[in-house]
Design a protein around this ligand. Structure first.
Ligand SMILES: Nc1ncnc2c1ncn2[C@@H]1O[C@H](COP(=O)(O)OP(=O)(O)OP(=O)(O)O)[C@@H](O)[C@H]1O
Length: 267
């Protein structure tokens, strides 16, 4: 079988703490193909962020293997990461933040201005390049963070609850824009959220993790139109409600059947 874009094979991860070992994830087997928008949902502490850290290469799995295009991921090279907080450089302009990411990504100096404009256009901030980061809203700051994460043209974009700190209206707008710019299927995404609505709206596929240590208890393709339908129409459709019901039931079951033990219970 050809290499998947992303493959987790028998992946387990535990953290070592002063009080003992914390089993956080697994075992998990997962293949993600190019163009997928995979959303990971699960109870608090089910290992969602751990999964993303393993895929980013920030952590090595305790057991099993993570492969991106057949190789262990190299942090900062293979994936772009967007966190809950935008983590921008406050001493730089909006454009400067993106330009710095391009410099780190090795983009030649004479191409950076055009590419900065292109990236800011992708996230709906075409005119804001000269602004200071404290002059723009939280939602706009998160858009800059997304533009920055896209600077390396990553094979995979990882997003860890990127909209959780935003107000409901801003959050919906960002969901709609991210859904739009990924609708061609050229940018593969793994996205973590607590919101079932957000998951169903964005995903081409949802997985639900059980309580700690997280295992995949539901793996559900989401077949909603990626283009042509309005956001309100989609969110109000019977198909959307059906998916939402199925994912919600799996999350509730994951909480009820959790096997989590107090941290440090396995010295
Ligand atoms: N660096 C660490 N050291 C020790 N334990 C950790 C560490 N990071 C995470 N854990 C533990 O591993 C488990 C999984 O954590 P993780 O952050 O991956 O879960 P999550 O599903 O992302 O949680 P949340 O939804 O609350 O953000 C939790 O019990 C957490 O306390």
């Amino acid at each position: 079988m050809a290499d998947a874009l992303l493959e987790l094979a028998g992946v387990e991860h535990h953290y070592r703490t002063k009080r003992g070992t914390v089993p956080a994830l697994g075992p998990v087997d997962l293949r993600v193909e190019p163009g997928e928008f995979l959303v990971v949902v699960g109870p608090s502490g089910s290992g969602k962020s751990t999964l993303l850290r393993l895929v980013a290469g920030f952590e090595r799995p305790s057991t099993g293997a993570v492969a991106l295009d057949g190789h262990p991921p190299v942090p900062g090279r293979d994936v772009g990461v967007v966190f809950q907080q935008p983590r921008l450089f406050p001493w730089q302009t909006v454009g400067g933040n993106v330009g710095t990411a391009l410099r780190w990504a090795g983009t030649p100096k004479n191409q950076r201005a055009a590419r900065t404009r292109e990236l800011l256009g992708t996230v709906g901030l075409a005119d804001l390049g000269p602004r200071r980061t404290w002059e723009i809203s939280g939602g706009q700051q998160q858009r800059v963070a997304i533009a920055r994460a896209l600077a390396t043209r990553p094979r995979l974009l990882l997003m860890d609850e990127p909209f959780a700190a935003l107000d409901a209206m801003t959050r919906e707008r960002l969901q709609e824009d991210v859904r739009a710019f990924t609708s061609t299927g050229e940018q593969s995404v793994v996205f973590v959220t607590h919101s079932v609505d957000e998951a169903v709206f964005l995903a081409t596929r949802v997985i639900v993790l059980s309580d700690r240590p997280g295992r995949v208890t539901l793996d559900l393709p989401i077949d909603l139109p990626r283009t042509g339908a309005g956001a309100d129409e989609l969110r109000g459709s019977a198909e959307f409600a059906g998916y939402r019901g199925e994912v919600s039931a799996a999350v509730r079951a994951a909480v009820r059947t959790g096997t989590a033990q107090p941290e440090g219970a396995q010295p």
